[in-house]
Structure formats: structure tokens, C-alpha cells
Design a protein around this ligand. Structure first.
Ligand SMILES: [Zn+2]
Length: 510
């Protein structure tokens, strides 16, 4: 959870999307623009100037939602590689901005106007400077080929939600490991289906191709794009393995980033074809593995206490000063905008969100302003830590009718209002899980000294691979879930390949 919130009742839509929406709508049916990549004329609702303007607004909002990683050396390094690629791209005239986000999500995205973001989460899984350049090159490709503007243009006549989806799609390029939270609760699912639209397959293939082309232009072997695609594919396979190990149904491909992307095989085939076109250039630069590993040495790995950190059944959030303990068997899924505590069967969840700062001073005001119920009743009680809570059971207006909603409002130690939504597949499921939802809600507390001591982040370190390989290295790891496989995953040998004893590899320490 991030500390800054704007909130719709379920999934918040960043305010900048509304701004973008207004901007895109005002522009009417658009005029002809030449696509910098294809050289073809296309109808567009956004001129380059408007792309830049929307990008600047979007950047400001994204930086409220995310935090830049507090590592000036690493930021400068990523910026330098990004600028090198951008300068040789189809739109060197734009003012390009590259930002490493302090987020454990496996993600990279770009918005119109030349703003590119990469998370520390995905950087942990890349193995060289050339891989990093591949991810950045792909994102630059979305901008140079005007994919965000194309989406906005295509969808300008569609319904409101469709248009919002079109623009948001430009933001959510990759969201690996996501989707777990989307499978819970009907409401959350509907919100996700409505808003989370993505780039089309053709656009993704084009961005891959442009990524490879830009790699070659800055003298990296375009075949490094293959590594990037493998990293993403391995993430999906690992998520399935974890689900199997935990006895859960496998995450549905339909909800993951890869679903919007062309098949791995199709992408690899294309990249190989493109790489072959560059065979004339045999003297590609060194892929910069050691430089890259030195740069990310000491980078936080996984969740950070400032954004919420999960250890076993406990969740700690130091900047919002609260902790919670999940009911036995329940899973904690921490997302940027909300915390989901999900039932063992994945059919119910407690969705914990922060109310917007101006939502109201009393619980009743928060319910009135944020939930906007059409009817309902409240019940007041104290949570375990002595925190006063108001439980609301009622209905809200939904498409073409009413929808039941149940939630609790509680005031945190810092005075912020928290909303805990009881989400379930249906009323029977909610009833069956009510005791566990209550128990979890009841654990809501201010961080204790013990909680603070337990909320220690993990850090990436470089280490020589011991004789016993990843199996031996795994015994020293703080990671609880499939530690050996996780080590192989961050070192790019999850789906095969060997690393010699003594070679430098990434590991995770407390
Ligand atoms: Zn993409």
C-alpha cells in the first residue's frame, strides 16, 4: 500500500487519468499525424505537444503513487543507458525521463511524451546491462511508435470506462505476479476487468522489435531481448509452481501480464529473425554483466517496510504505522493501492485500503463520502488493540441496480482512516468466511516494538556460488517459499542452465 491515495470505492483510479481523459476528449476526432516509427500517416487525438503535456501530468501523478528508489548512483546508471538508447531511437527529439521505482512489482512501463519507468523488482531478475537495455528499449518502443496515443485515439468513441481503460493500458505495461488479487471478490474483479486494459499483441511485438533494434543501435546484441522474455516467462512458471506447492489453483494466465502479450514462442521467433538481420555487426559490446551486478548489489529485494512487508502471517507497514495478522491459512497479497488478505480457497478476502485524506473526520463521514451507500446500517465495536471501528452493512448503486457491500472503517495510529472491505464470491461464501474476516480485521494494530523488529527488509548481494550450488546457497536464505527455485529464478537458470561453482551469483540476505 502506498501512502498517497485517491479512491473510487473499490479500485482507485489515479486522478491524472481523469485529466488525460478530459484532455483526450477535448481534442475531438483528431487530426493526421505521422508515426515516427512507420513513417505512415495516422489519425490521432494527440499531437506530439499534447503527448508531452499529458506525459508531464502523468509523471507527476505516478510519482505520487510510487517512490523513486533512493539510490542516486543506480538512478544515474539507468538514466545513462536510457538516454543512450533514446538518442538513437526514432524520437531523439523528446526530452526522455527514466526512473527506477522503489517497488517489488515485476514491472516496467512508459507513458506518452518520453517517460519510462522500471521497478527495482524487475531489475533483480535481470542479469546484465544489455538485459536492462532490452527492457528499456521495449518501453522506448511503445513511446516512439505512439502506442499510448493510438490507444486513446482508437477508444475515444467508446464508453467512459473503455476510454479510461485505453489510457490506463499505457501505464500498466507489465504487471508480473499480479492477478492474484484480481481473482478475489466480485467487486474487485469487475473493477479490474473494466479498467485494466492493455496494449494489443501487435503493439507488443512491435515494441519487442524496436527494443531489439535499439539494442543493436547502441551496440548490444539484440538477442538479449530473448533473456528479457525468458525472465517474464519464468516468473509465470514460478508463480504456478508456488501455487502448486501451496495447494492453490494455478494463477490464471488470463489475469497476468503475459496474457496480453503474444506467446513466448512467437516473440522468440520474431526476435531471432530480427537478430539475424543484424548479423553484419559481429562486434557487439560486452553485455556488461559485472557492471550490472555491482550496480544492483545492496538493492532492496522484495517488499520494504515503508510500502508494507509480509513475514509469514504478519503484515507490517512502517510508514502507515499499522500491522495485521492473517487468519490461519490466509494469504497476504500486498499491492500498491491496497492490501488483500485472501482466503485459502481464494474466494474471499479482506481488502484493506486507505481512505483519501479528505474523506471525512468521522467513520460515518468516510462511509458517506467514500462508499456512497444507498442504504445500510452501522455497528460500532473495538478491535483487539483497542482501536474504535465502525462496521457497515448495506448497498451501493451498481450498474443497473444495487450491490451489497460490507466493510469496516477504523482509524489508524497516525489518524488516517482505513477501510476494510469484506469481499467474497457470493453471499454464502462471505458467510462461511465471516469469522476469519473478523479475526483478521481484529488484528489491526499500531506497530509494536516487536513488529518493528520483525519488519526487516531483504537485500540483494553478490556471492560466489558454493560447491553445493544453489541448493547449498538456499540453506542460508531468509526466503521461505521454494528458496532454491527463487535463487535460480533471480539468476536466470530457473528453466535450465548451469552456473559453475565459484562464479558470481545473486543471493538474498536479511
Ligand atoms: Zn510492452
Amino acid at each position: 500500500m502506498s501512502t498517497e491515495r485517491e479512491l473510487d470505492t473499490m479500485k482507485r483510479l489515479p486522478r491524472w487519468l481523469m485529466t488525460t481523459l478530459v484532455a483526450a476528449t477535448l481534442l475531438g476526432c483528431g487530426s493526421k499525424t505521422v508515426n515516427p516509427v512507420t513513417g505512415q500517416q495516422e489519425r490521432s487525438v494527440m499531437s506530439e505537444q499534447q503527448e508531452v503535456q499529458i506525459g508531464a501530468q502523468g509523471h507527476a501523478e505516478i510519482m505520487k503513487e510510487y517512490t523513486a528508489l533512493a539510490n542516486p548512483r543506480l538512478q544515474a546508471y539507468v538514466n545513462e543507458i536510457g538516454q543512450r538508447l533514446a538518442k538513437l531511437s526514432h524520437r531523439s527529439n523528446l526530452k526522455w525521463t527514466f526512473t527506477v521505482l522503489d517497488s517489488p512489482e515485476i514491472n516496467a512501463f512508459a507513458i506518452p511524451g518520453g517517460y519510462v519507468y522500471i521497478t527495482r523488482g524487475i531489475m533483480a531478475y535481470l542479469d546484465s546491462e544489455a538485459d536492462l537495455a532490452g527492457v528499456i528499449g521495449h518501453e522506448i518502443g511503445h513511446v516512439t511508435a505512439r502506442h499510448g496515443a493510438q490507444r486513446a485515439t482508437r477508444q475515444q468513441d467508446a464508453a467512459l470506462v473503455g476510454l479510461l481503460g485505453g489510457v490506463l493500458g499505457a501505464v500498466l505495461d507489465a504487471k508480473g505476479g499480479g492477478g492474484i488479487g484480481q481473482q478475489i471478490g466480485e467487486a474487485s474483479q469487475a473493477a479490474a476487468a473494466g479498467y485494466v486494459a492493455k496494449y494489443g499483441r501487435e503493439q507488443e511485438l512491435q515494441a519487442d522489435g524496436l527494443g531489439a533494434e535499439y539494442l543493436s543501435r547502441v551496440n548490444y546484441d539484440p538477442r538479449n531481448m530473448i533473456d528479457v522474455i525468458r525472465v517474464l516467462k519464468d516468473q509465470e512458471r514460478f508463480a504456478q509452481e508456488v501455487a502448486r506447492a501451496e495447494g492453490r489453483p494455478a494463477p490464471q494466465a488470463g489475469n497476468s501480464w503475459l496474457a496480453s502479450h503474444p506467446s513466448n514462442d512467437q516473440r522468440l521467433e520474431q526476435i531471432n529473425r530480427i537478430a539475424a538481420q543484424y548479423q553484419g555487426n559481429k562486434n557487439y559490446a560486452d553485455e556488461g554483466r559485472l557492471r550490472y551486478l555491482q550496480m544492483i548489489d545492496g538493492m532492496p529485494f522484495g517488499e520494504s517496510p515503508e510500502q508494507g512487508l509480509t513475514r509469514g502471517r504478519n503484515f507490517y507497514h512502517s510508514s502507515l504505522n499499522f500491522a495485521m495478522t492473517a487468519a490461519n491459512g490466509w494469504r497476504i497479497v500486498n499491492e500498491a493501492s491496497e492490501l488483500n488478505i485472501v482466503s485459502p480457497a481464494g474466494d474471499a478476502a479482506l481488502i484493506v485500503q486507505l481512505a483519501p485524506p479528505n474523506a471525512g473526520r468521522t467513520h460515518d463521514e468516510v462511509i458517506r463520502n467514500v462508499v456512497k451507500p444507498t442504504s445500510g446500517r452501522v455497528e460500532r465495536y473495538n478491535l483487539g488493540g483497542g482501536i474504535a471501528a465502525t462496521h457497515f452493512t448495506g448497498a451501493i448503486a451498481a450498474q443497473g441496480g444495487q450491490r451489497g457491500i460490507e466493510l469496516t472503517v477504523a482509524t489508524g495510529a497516525g489518524g488516517q482512516q482505513f477501510i476494510m472491505v469484506y469481499a467474497a464470491k457470493d453471499a454464502t461464501t462471505l458467510q462461511r468466511n465471516r469469522a476469519a474476516l473478523r479475526e483478521t480485521e481484529n488484528s489491526f494494530r499500531a506497530m509494536t516494538a516487536q513488529d518493528t523488529a520483525a519488519a526487516k527488509p531483504w537485500v540483494l548481494r553478490m556471492s560466489a556460488l558454493p560447491r553445493g550450488g544453489f541448493a547449498e546457497l538456499a540453506t542460508r536464505l531468509p526466503l521461505a517459499t521454494l528458496p532454491e527455485q527463487q535463487l535460480k529464478l533471480i539468476n536466470g537458470v530457473y528453466s535450465g542452465g548451469n552456473v559453475a561453482a565459484g562464479a558470481l551469483v545473486k543471493t538474498v540476505v536479511q
